[in-house]
Design a protein around this ligand. Structure first.
Ligand code: KIV
Ligand code: ZN
Length: 388
């Protein structure tokens, strides 16, 4: 591939970090179905699983490796030889295999998870990368809990793993702790202070514990990261991961950022969102950005009036650009005459101003008592009008 310095690589971890959600476990065939759709979406990397974690996960990585041909297929490991051996075996059929290995980088993790020291953890990180590099060329290293890690130590670790052969360095905000400017500054610091950073791609992997995953990811990209990790619908551990559809549409909407995401077929988002939601039995919240059922629904009178005059008054993304069926004008007790007239005309009824005023009064009474107004309700209002 020609190297475009502003190409943003999309690393999808729906099938690994996303699948860690309780109750969301998928069968291998369900995972293959999602992987094929991710390939059609155009993602650069599919993290297919954590092969050492269970025979089922191992098999899923094997089958996904056989099923897709364009994206890199990635397998997660801890910084353990056994994990790496398992990942290598699971990736045997992958056209483009990647091993994603790593270890905790914050003092919190070093002391209270590994009961270890900075020096020892650094050595384990380097050993794991060197070991994995003996099997696979494409090695991504994750510095877990980098969001809370000491920046000088993090920089030292990143420099060491790149020297050991890592081609992508993942800086996870594992606990969704950082503010966007803090996270962006971390990425900037690494970009400016790690001597060999140009030999690797910096990746952002943000969790959503404070609702900042998308903002932090974009901040990371603005400060020099070129790969973003996330999931469809933002599913994942606890409050979830970054929503891929959100980051992609931010970059599309804000072309001035000059971050290239043209290889993503955004029209596939809505269908894929439904598929992931159904298979994982995980409903999408109606107000979810980009793919929620209300994402393109206009319901208050002020907005509806503005939208009907010119959709761009209230539409910064076209629904069809993300495969959403269409924008909707929802009739509620907050709707105005303009929206009512729009729907009545859609049903073939042209009303004079006086008729519309009359009908609108009856409409408000009905809308105050009924949440979902359908076409029959509207036709009922007209019938009452003509019977008078
Ligand atoms: O959140 C995290 O730190 C992770 C790593 C395993 C990449 O998911
Ligand atoms: Zn994660």
């Amino acid at each position: 591939m020609l190297h475009d310095p502003n190409h943003i690589y999309i690393f999808d971890t729906t099938l690994r970090d996303g699948e860690q959600v309780p109750g969301c476990q998928l069968s291998t065939s369900e995972k293959i179905e999602i992987a094929k759709e991710l390939e059609a979406l155009g993602v650069d990397v599919i993290e297919a699983g954590f092969p050492v974690s269970s025979p089922g996960d191992f098999q899923s990585v094997v089958e996904i490796s056989k099923a897709v041909k364009n994206p890199i297929v990635c397998a997660l490991t801890r910084a353990h030889k056994g994990d790496i051996d398992s990942a290598v075996a699971s990736l045997q059929y992958a056209k483009h295999p990647r091993i994603h290995t790593g270890i905790g980088a914050s003092d919190m993790h070093i002391r209270h998870k590994f009961n270890s020291t900075r020096e020892e953890i650094l050595e384990r990180a380097v050993t794991a990368v060197k070991y994995a590099k003996g099997f696979v060329e494409d090695i991504e290293f994750y510095a877990e809990d980098a969001g809370r890690a000491d920046i000088e130590y993090l920089a030292k670790m990143i420099e060491a793993v790149i020297a050991a052969g890592a081609t992508v360095v993942n800086i996870p905000d594992t606990n969704g702790y950082c503010l966007p400017d803090q996270y962006g500054s971390k990425i900037r610091f690494l970009k400016e202070n790690v001597k060999n950073i140009d030999q690797a791609i910096i990746s952002v992997h943000c969790h959503n514990d404070l609702g900042l995953a998308t903002a932090n990811s974009v901040s990371g990209l603005q400060n020099g990261a070129r790969q973003i990790e996330g999931t469809i619908n933002g599913i994942g551990e606890r409050a979830g991961n970054t929503s891929i559809e959100e980051v992609v549409m931010i970059l599309k909407t804000h072309q001035s950022l000059n971050l290239n995401i043209d290889h993503i077929n955004t029209k596939a988002f809505y269908e894929l969102s439904r598929m992931v939601s159904t298979q994982m039995r995980m409903p999408v919240q109606p107000n979810k950005a980009i793919v929620g059922s209300n994402a393109f629904a206009h319901s208050s009178g002020i907005h509806q009036d503005g939208f009907l005059k010119n959709r761009e008054n209230y539409e910064i993304i076209k629904p069809e650009d993300v495969g959403f069926p269409s924008a909707s004008i929802v009739l509620t007790a907050r709707s105005g005459r303009h929206a009512l007239r729009f729907h009545l005309e859609r049903l073939g009824h042209q009303l004079s101003k006086t008729e519309l005023d009359e009908t609108y009064k009856r409409f408000l009474t009905l809308a105050d008592s009924k949440l979902d107004l359908n076409d029959d309700d509207l036709l009922g209002l007209i019938t009452v009008a003509s019977a008078r």
